[in-house]
Write a protein that binds this ligand. Structure first.
Ligand code: CUA
Length: 324
């Protein structure tokens, strides 16, 4: 177990904003404590077992003659093989009995409910009671319990923001719930934690925790239909969007584009990242994404548009980046 724990420790250390060892909420702190208790316990047990093996190895040729007390081996078996595991597992069970309810969503409704729907390979985010839809960047208000209801549009995914709470599976035909209640504003990274196909590793998201008034401003903007394109370049881009096929897969509220295959792009220009955090949202990377998404995110459902004239691709970028 210790051998398994070490790479986990190294891996979580790679991005401290996605590490269970860097908790930002009460439930995450409980999980962190459980994790450390398990790691320390496993290291101690591993050390004892290796120590006994070494002793046995060193003494392997020693002829101690017939022993009159043959209870020794039985005591080792009863103590190390029966009593010690029962004690260790009972302590662990007690821990889990505490952590499970502490990390579960409360039965009653909370002030804010969000649907998160897993797709190969992005996260669709809907705010109850509003027309707001976004993708991959989940804004929530600080200090407010948020009921997150998760499901999937295709295969099983798993929603996990290690600094905020435990993971929760997204299962076809079923809605699971998890509560996010972050006291401090900040950006917390999440990641799909159930293998869901070739794009699994590039299925990440942010939970952006904002002061409540900033969150309300953001949500009001998100609810609104898309801005009209400003300037001839963006107008050209909108025309291209509606004619070359983009509108079949993407929705832009307030326009004729009503596709539901890919992310809602009504306010895509205001997002920090694209392709579920694979690239930052800049005109240059968006241009590359439109041109050849498979190079950036192999397996992505988005087809490339390298056959479009470059001027049309630049116009698309100008239109989309203007959707704030
Ligand atoms: Cu979605 Cu792994």
């Amino acid at each position: 177990m210790a051998i398994i724990g070490l790479p986990a420790l190294l891996a979580t250390g790679c991005n401290s904003n996605q590490a269970i060892t860097n908790p930002a909420t009460g439930p995450a702190r409980d999980i962190n404590t459980l994790w450390w208790a398990m790691l320390v316990g496993a290291v101690i047990i591993f050390g004892v077992v290796v120590g006994l093996l070494v002793v046995a190895f060193v003494r392997r040729n020693r002829d101690e003659g017939p022993s009159h007390d043959d209870r020794g081996p039985y005591m080792v078996i009863i103590g190390g093989g029966l009593a010690a595991p029962i004690v260790c597992l009972a302590i662990l069970f007690g821990f889990v009995i505490h952590v499970m309810p502490a990390t579960s969503a409360p039965p009653g409704p909370t002030k804010l409910t969000i649907d998160v729907i897993g797709h190969q390979w992005f996260w669709e985010v809907r705010y109850h009671g509003t027309p707001a839809v976004t993708a991959n960047e989940i804004h929530i208000p600080a200090g407010t319990p948020v009921d997150v209801r998760v499901t999937t549009a295709d295969v099983i995914h798993s929603f996990w923001v290690p600094r905020l709470n435990r993971k929760i599976d997204m299962i076809p035909g079923r809605v699971n719930r998890i509560e996010l209640d972050a006291p401090d504003p900040g950006v917390y990274r999440g990641q799909c934690s159930e293998f869901c196909g070739v794009g699994h590793a590039q299925m990440a998201f942010f939970v952006i925790v904002q002061p409540p008034d900033q969150f309300r401003t953001w949500l009001r903007n998100e609810e609104a239909p898309a801005a009209q394109p400003s300037g001839s370049q963006a107008t050209l881009g909108e025309h291209a969007f509606m004619t070359v096929g983009c509108q079949n897969c993407h929705e832009i509220r307030g326009t004729a584009a009503a596709g539901r295959v890919g992310p809602d792009l009504t306010h895509v220009g205001s997002r920090r990242t694209l392709a579920a955090l694979t690239i930052s949202n800049t005109p240059r990377s968006l241009y590359q994404w439109i041109t050849d998404p498979q190079r950036i995110k192999p397996g992505a459902r988005m087809p490339g548009f390298a056959s479009l004239p470059a001027s049309e691709r630049h116009a698309l970028v100008s239109y989309l980046e203007g959707l704030r």
